[in-house]
Design a protein around this ligand. Sequence first.
Ligand SMILES: [Zn+2]
Length: 240
Amino acid sequence: MTDLLYQTDAYLQKFIAQVVATKEGALLLDRTAFYPGGGGQPADQGAIRWHAHDYPLTRVKKAGDRVLHWVETSDLYPLPPLGVTVHGLLDWDHRFKLMRTHTALHILCGVIWRDYSAQVTGGNMQPLKARMDFELEHMSAGFATEVEEKINAEVAAAREVTVRILPREEAFQIPDLIRTKINLLPESITRVRVVEIEGLDLQADGGTHVANTREVGRIRVVKHESKGKINKRLRIELDE
Ligand SMILES: [Zn+2]
């Protein structure tokens, strides 16, 4: 089992770990700060340093409760062997943009639910760009502008974003979590990670977030689309 450092400290940019196995050309570490992707958030980029050489990360993927790291190797720089200590170095520019974008999506989700009673059905993001799908019958002409004003007000409100890991039973007691279909989580999941934007949004979520909404910066609603009778889509972009 890999200790998932990013779950409790999203701001970790480098870490020390031990190679506990090598599998299909990938490194299995005892701990990692590399986010392996999931929940609409792309995987991290970066490098693994061993013997003063930085092995660029080509892919990182979750496999059960372990994280596999693939790196670029050569005859001169073969895969670091079992038992050695390595340093993980995140591409922080890429990751921090994703943290801001992910929190922006949760702000949007919170506002859409609070003010329009619309259920979010999906979402996806790239650094500083995201889309969100939700169920709403009518979208007025001024909808996008109105939403843009509301979400930027939440950025300016400097709301704290907190992460908690709760026992399943305790998470099931939180009424706000029910709308995010927490009840669909498989029985085998005994602990639920909960991300809360104070006073605005609360979700079961595995991703990495900024600690305060003000770190998100200016959000623009760049497009609104109708994807059917009740399915609507909003696209947002963040300033550099
Ligand atoms: Zn999320």
